[in-house]
Design a protein around this ligand. Structure first.
Ligand SMILES: Nc1ncnc2c1ncn2[C@@H]1O[C@H](COP(=O)(O)OP(=O)(O)OP(=O)(O)O)[C@@H](O)[C@H]1O
Ligand SMILES: [Mg+2]
Length: 705
């Protein structure tokens, strides 16, 4: 329906803000309004990809603002939340909008100056523990991708946060946005929402199965025949000048498929494309000072209009690839399924190269919800009248599975993942640290507010053993039935750690307290032993090697607290970082440990938070923490100890610091007394001058030359 018809059915402020953006409303948007969006009713929407769910949230936010309230927009993935923030800021430039997803350690108390806050689930969860009274007057809270309640890692955090928000902001309108799921009504019931379910798609989606050189979709389209199914399809698409997103299950297969595709695309490019791709390829290659072998591989396939896309890429490379796909330069992206969840990157055609993934029980078919999210990427609302999604079947059995499970079947119900020991332990502590949950009874009651209670799962046992654990290890105390957190309990909670990690840290500090010097390797090993560290990849032969080594090393992580596998695997990770702080580069690290740059930088980021946390424990236990601070600096910048003083100078990173050191500038004082000529000859004119000015800008005696 034309937007003008809605003029009298929506608040004037909302109408005037969206009228330049859209000409009419899409069916799920109309339905949400009819269900009371502007009357402050809670709304849960389950609708396909690109059906316009975001605008529903935006209208609710605008409405809250027009009532003098604030709004929070929550999404579980960083890439997604920053995309939503950028879009919102562009579309509504005069609204005071903030993005918050940084460190778990910053409290962001300045956020009350903004009207809308875009925040990741984890970040908001940690913020709510660190300060209680800011951000009042919240009128609307949006949960995007709320079906991720089912995610093993992110689900419990999201679930806890939603329940907690309902306590803290009881009058805030809730907007839940979800992909098409079987039991949206369960979530709607849980949150007292009016439920909007829609099958509307802005672009028609045609689903096909590829089997034995044919595309099966009612009628059979015969297509070109070479051995590789993916190439068969690609050749057809290239003829029609169409782009495709290809989903492949592992990082390795995304790369091999991209390489195969690049052999057929190369000859189909026009000269301008070739030169633009060459420039892009150079840029991708030189994101790091010294390109790794993955950088080289990516840059090679990009020259021929193809890219792979997975968590091993550096953020900058990922952005370059996504943009080049959007503007048509890159013809095929071969991605792992994470791309289907995160970024808004539709394509004319989507190809799923296999519906199996290697899981705990061998090769398993993917969940229908995941396939649905991938298929849903087909069809670009602004350009296509129809999108095509093709799943490749290896044989007739596959074909039947695809038809029954993915085309005709329903997606899996979204169930709670809160029945997990770690989550319960962590959140019981969080509750007790708040003013409102000071008795066992109050804690139990809070659990009745969680999504899991919709499923009749008994949580009593979990809660009681968490309470016992926390009390036994001194994180909480029970004074005649009144529960409270101890200083260590408070610390663990403020740092957003698993109490188990707190235990691990404390036992380490007890051991090292009396020593003069801390061995950096032992500290790194400890940090990688904490359960917060998700990424530990070792092969069997590596495991054997590090197991042998474990007897020789002087490690100080308490073996009774850590799982044995983790204890051994952490040795590998400690080696990776130990090499890094001895100034080996990303290329060597990739080669020796098979750790890709994107993974490596993600590791560094988690280490930053964990080493900060460890330092706070050292302080709390009255131990000397200077060594930890120094080690954190070294990890952040990848330098030997001797470069730590130089790294504190702005513009100076590991490469420049090393250059200065080898030219005799070895301390902060050396750098300060160096003249411009020396600094320029070591650092180049531009940086040399900047560094010189840093030391002398406020010093009128010293002239530049
Ligand atoms: N009323 C409208 N008229 C025209 N285009 C619209 C309208 N509402 C939304 N759109 C456009 O539709 C596209 C997809 O919308 P949106 O990002 O909200 O998808 P979504 O439903 O959140 O899907 P996903 O499951 O992928 O997150 C966007 O490009 C948006 O600008
Ligand atoms: Mg969305």
């Amino acid at each position: 329906m034309d937007l003008t018809n809605w003029g009298d059915k929506m608040p004037t402020v909302v109408y005037s803000k969206i009228k330049n953006k859209v000409k009419g409303l899409l069916p799920p948007q109309e339905m949400a309004i009819k269900e009371g969006l502007f009357l402050g009713k809670n709304i849960m929407v389950s609708a396909p990809t690109a059906s316009g769910k975001t605008l529903i949230a935006e209208m609710a936010i605008l409405n809250a603002l027009s009532n003098g309230k604030k709004a929070i927009y929550i999404a579980p993935m960083r890439a997604l939340i920053s995309e939503k923030y950028e879009d919102f800021k562009n579309d509504y430039p005069d609204i005071k909008t903030a993005l918050s997803m940084g460190d778990y350690t910053e409290s962001d108390s300045h956020l009350d100056k903004y009207d809308v806050i875009f925040v990741s689930t984890e970040k908001l969860d940690s913020m709510l523990r660190n300060s209680h009274n800011y951000m009042m007057n919240v009128g609307c809270i949006v949960y995007d991708e709320i079906h991720l309640l089912v995610d093993n890692d992110r689900g419990p955090t999201l679930e806890f946060l939603i329940a907690l928000n309902r306590k803290i902001f009881p009058s805030a309108q809730i907007i839940g946005l979800s992909a098409t799921i079987a039991n949206g009504n369960d979530i709607a019931n849980w949150l007292d929402c009016n439920f909007v379910k829609s099958d509307f798609r802005p672009v028609k989606l045609v689903k096909k199965i590829y089997l034995n050189g044919e595309l099966i979709n009612g009628k059979r389209d015969e297509i070109n025949n070479v051995d590789n199914p993916l190439l068969n399809i690609a050749i057809e698409l290239l003829k029609k000048r169409k782009q495709a997103l290809v989903f492949s299950q592992t990082k390795k297969t995304t790369m091999s498929n991209a390489l195969a595709l690049s052999e057929v695309t190369g000859t189909k490019l026009d000269p301008e494309e070739v030169s633009a791709l060459k420039r892009l390829s150079d840029e991708v290659l030189h994101v790091l000072d010294i390109p790794t072998s993955q950088c080289e591989k990516l840059s090679e396939v990009i020259k021929r209009g193809v890219a792979f896309h997975h968590a091993g890429l550096l953020n900058k490379q990922r952005k370059l690839v996504e943009n080049a796909f959007r503007n048509g330069l890159i013809k095929f992206i071969v991605a792992t399924p994470t791309l289907a969840m995160g970024v808004n990157l539709p394509a004319n055609t989507v190809i799923i190269s296999s519906v199996y993934r290697y899981g705990d029980f061998g090769s398993e078919p993917l969940p229908a919800l995941e396939i649905e999210q991938m298929l849903g990427r087909a069809g670009r609302p602004k350009y296509d009248t129809e999108g095509t999604a093709i799943i490749i079947a290896k044989n007739e059995r596959d074909e039947q599975l695809i038809r029954e499970k993915y085309f005709d079947g329903e997606t899996e119900p979204i169930i709670s993942k809160f029945n997990n020991e770690v989550a319960v332990r962590k959140y019981v502590l969080a509750l007790i640290d708040m003013d409102i949950y000071k008795s066992e009874n109050a804690v139990h009651k809070f659990f009745d507010e969680l999504y899991i209670s919709e499923f009749g799962i008994d949580m009593e046992g979990y809660i009681d053993s968490a309470l016992d654990f926390l009390e036994e290890h001194g994180f909480i105390k029970d004074e005649r039935g009144k529960l409270s957190t101890t200083p260590y309990g408070k610390l663990v909670n403020r740092l957003y750690l698993d109490p188990y990690t707190g235990l691990l840290f404390m036992s380490f500090i007890e051991q090292v307290k009396k020593r003069d010097k801390l061995n950096p390797f032992a500290v790194l090993h400890l940090l990688f032993c904490s359960s917060e560290f998700k990424f530990l990849r070792v092969t069997q032969s590596e495991f054997n090697k590090y197991e042998d080594e474990s007897y020789k090393l002087e490690l100080m992580t308490d073996q009774n607290i850590v799982e044995y596998d983790r204890y051994v695997s952490a040795i590998k990770m400690a080696h990776v970082i130990d090499d890094w702080i001895n100034e080996r580069n990303e290329r060597d690290i990739e080669e020796e440990y098979k750790i890709l740059p994107g993974e490596f930088y993600t590791m560094l980021e988690s280490l930053r938070w964990l080493s900060y946390s460890l330092k706070e424990f050292f302080k709390a236990l009255g131990a000397r923490y200077a060594d930890i601070s120094r080690l954190s600096m070294r990890v952040k910048h990848g330098v030997k100890d001797e470069l730590v003083p130089l790294i504190a100078i702005p513009e100076v990173g590991r490469v420049r610091a090393r250059r200065m050191y080898s030219r005799g500038i070895r301390s902060f004082a050396d750098a300060k007394s160096a003249d411009l000529q020396l600094l320029s000859s070591v650092l180049g004119d531009r940086i040399g001058k900047k560094v010189y000015m840093y030391f002398h800008a406020a010093d009128p005696q010293k002239k530049l030359i």
